[in-house]
Design a protein around this ligand. Structure first.
Ligand code: ADP
Ligand code: MG
Length: 688
């Protein structure tokens, strides 16, 4: 029996239990409850599907402009053409002259009169009764038809195990507070799920479709509740774990570093450093996100945190998403820590095997105290003797799992390292309340003094010559410029080719200057040589693919050209733009675009021109693309909300958060049961 179930096509969709089936909710509905005569159907002029019926009066295969099947049906008053461009002989037979058909589709005016192209067709009798329910349409994969899914779900809903899954577990007394009045009016879970799978023709169709129907609200609330409970529990659990208590002695490394930094901390930097220092001093692991727009000076704060951990005899790992960025941190931190007798190391994928082993050995025996690197830091073979603090730069580039892995890297498994994550992409409020609810957040809301805001201009790609003149004007002043080549999603090779061409062209156009080219395919050593040359101003014009996207710091660069900016996302452009405006000189970002622009691309570029504010941009990004992009790597898909749309349902998140809090306090066992039934094994992901 179990074997039989395993083979079921439904398992391809991950539908293995009655509960899975119950929660496989329709993506939309079709309305087959209404039948119009052909005339009315034609004059309804709606762009939606209509249903009508008639008898086949003609059936022909024509060959102009290509092979197609043309069927004509008619009722008492009117005719309608059905056109099939790809068809099977069996279909032709099914629709033979004289057969009675019920058809559904959009009607348009064809060359020979009103027609439906590829309608849904059912043979029937004129008086075959209409269903009294809307027809659900489910997401599926090849080989699993709607009929199979519908049947399985109908059967699943009758299964007593599904009933057990759907039974009400939250006591009605929990809904008494006035702020939960909305919840009190929601249908029971069981009735909500049944309504969504088998909505009566009398239900409000629009709200079923846009998922604002009360039945949807019930499901969304349940889902949010389980998420909020797990997050609040994770928050609580973290406080029960042990982490090293890190002190900050007078005249210790922190003070030494402060003396050494070539600048005075901004007030914002001082404030967030204090917040972090307080966390590090507690005996449970810090889980803090340091948020600050590009160029706000997060690295200095990270260095202070590292100094504190090092001073207490613990190791520190600093992980960045790219080699270039990791190397920049390395080169920046090395002089800052000079003279403090700290061994600083470097671990990335491009190290030779022997070097890698050596570094791994030093990490394991504790002789290496500060290790800077890439993903290589969380790979097999890396075990820290005494990790006290892990710093993750551009955290959204890493997945939840990767962050979890860092926990398991410590020699003493009962001690958890403190975690400091950094990002230039602010988290919109709804995300902060959901996916990041167990994070403390520190914000650097002030740029170092003397920066002037970047001016952003939109310019059509046909005006390339003017752009090159603009570059010349900037280079003459002794400044430097970036030219970012377009993303070409279909082909990396093509992307490289474009970058090469741009490089050659600019080399010819700017003969008195040194033009450099950097791209992902270059060996790490070559990349770092070029970046160093750019930093030393031996290269004035740097052509690049998007490898410079994050964190690169060359204050003398004042001009950023982004070609085919319409192909980039909000956050991406904002990050790229942040590579300039790092010194006191006025900086400019030119967004070159090619016509025609789609509406969304146009809106995006205009917003970018108008705002330099990372926060505004992150909010827009969330609206446009949903949370996936902001949450980062693909793994986050596992923790995604299935039925909730954070833009649409933000207000419900707040209710669920308070409700989760109450439930955990008053009925912890029920809270746990609720999470188990909603998340099952996925609950772990939310603990990161
Ligand atoms: P991000 O927050 O984007 O990582 P960085 O840490 O790279 O920013 O800092 C950007 C630049 O500003 C660096 O050159 C850094 O040395 C400099 N900087 C950081 N803090 C200050 C400060 N308080 N005063 C002046 N310059 C600073
Ligand atoms: Mg940075």
């Amino acid at each position: 029996m179990a074997k039989e179930e395993n083979k079921s096509p439904l398992s391809k969709l991950g539908l293995n239990t009655p509960a899975d089936l119950a929660l496989h909710l329709p993506i939309r509905y079709e309305d087959e409850t209404e039948l119009l005569d052909i005339n009315t159907a034609i004059f309804k002029q709606s762009q939606f599907s209509v249903q009508t019926q008639g008898q086949v009066i003609d059936s022909q295969i024509t060959f102009r402009p290509r092979r197609q099947l043309i069927i004509k049906i008619a009722d008492k008053e009117q005719e309608l053409i059905l056109r099939f461009i790809n068809f099977y002989p069996s279909q032709q037979k099914q629709m033979a002259v004289g057969v009675f058909l019920r058809v559904r589709g959009e009607i348009r005016n064809g060359f020979n009169g009103p027609e439906m192209i590829h309608p849904t067709v059912k043979a029937c009798q004129p008086d075959t009764p209409l269903p009294n329910q809307l027809t659900p349409v489910y997401s599926t994969v090849a080989g699993v038809s709607q009929t199979i899914i519908r049947k399985a779900i109908d059967k699943g809903l009758l299964d007593s195990r599904a009933n057990a899954f759907l039974r009400e577990i939250i006591p009605s007394t929990c809904f008494l507070k006035p702020q939960y009045a909305f919840l009190k009016n929601l249908p029971s879970l069981e009735s909500a799920i049944r309504t969504l799978h088998q909505p009566l023709a009398t239900e409000d169709k629009e709200s079923l479709l846009d998922r604002t129907h009360l039945a949807w609200r019930r499901v969304q609330f349940e889902e949010l509740l389980s998420q909020q409970i797990s997050l609040q529990r994770a928050h609580f659990e973290r406080r029960k774990r042990l982490a090293p208590v890190l002190n900050n002695p007078q005249n210790g490394y922190v003070q030494k570093l402060l003396d050494k930094l070539p600048f005075e901390l901004t007030d914002a930097q001082k404030r967030v450093w204090q917040e972090i220092a307080n966390d590090l001093h507690q005996d449970f692991p810090m889980n803090r996100l340091l948020q600050g727009d590009v160029g706000s000076g997060k690295t200095a704060v990270a260095a202070l945190s590292a100094a504190c951990a090092l001073d207490n005899g613990y190791q520190v790992a600093l992980m960045a998403p790219t080699e270039i960025l990791a190397e920049q941190h390395f080169l920046k931190l090395l002089p800052w820590f000079e003279g403090m007798d700290i061994s600083v190391g470097w671990l990335t994928g491009s190290l030779k095997v022997k070097e890698k082993r050596e570094v791994q050995q030093q990490i394991m025996d504790g002789s290496l105290q500060l290790v800077i690197g890439t993903h290589a830091l969380i790979q097999e073979g890396v075990h820290f003797a005494k990790l006290g603090l892990a710093i993750i730069d551009e955290q959204h580039r890493f997945g939840v799992l990767q962050r979890l892995q860092l926990y398991s890297k410590n020699g003493d498994q009962s001690i958890y390292a403190h975690q400091l994550m950094m990002t230039a992409t602010p988290i919109p409020r709804t995300l902060a309340m959901t996916y990041y609810a167990d994070l403390e957040v520190s914000v650097i809301d002030e740029l170092p003094p003397g920066r002037s805001p970047i001016i952003t201009r939109l310019i059509k790609n046909t005006r390339r010559l003017e752009v090159v003149e603009g570059i010349q004007r900037e280079l003459i002043k002794g400044r430097q410029a970036y030219w970012v080549c377009p993303i070409i999603e279909e082909s990396e090779a093509l992307q490289l080719k474009t970058a090469l061409e741009t490089y050659e062209q600019l080399t010819a156009e700017l003969p008195q200057y040194q033009v450099g080219l950097i791209h992902g395919k270059l060996p790490a050593a070559e990349k770092s040589r070029i970046m160093q040359a750019f930093k030393n101003c031996e290269i004035q014009m740097l052509v690049s693919t998007t490898v410079i996207e994050v964190g690169v710091d060359v204050p003398n660069a004042t001009l950023m050209v982004i070609e085919h900016a319409e192909r980039f996302g909000y956050a991406q452009i904002h990050q790229l733009r942040g590579r300039v405006g790092r010194g006191s000189e006025q900086s400019v970002c030119l967004l070159m675009y090619a016509e025609p622009l789609s509406m969304t691309a146009k809106e995006r570029l205009q917003n970018l021109r108008e705002s330099n504010d990372g926060f505004v941009i992150a909010e827009r990004d969330l609206e446009l693309r949903g949370p996936g992009e902001l949450l980062g790597a693909k793994q986050s898909g596992d923790t995604m909300l299935r039925f909730v749309d954070l833009n649409r349902d933000a207000w419900l998140v707040e209710i669920a958060r308070d409700f989760a809090h109450d439930l955990l306090q008053n009925h912890p066992v029920i809270a746990q049961e609720h999470v188990r039934r909603w998340l099952g094994s996925r609950a772990d992901f939310l603990k990161s």
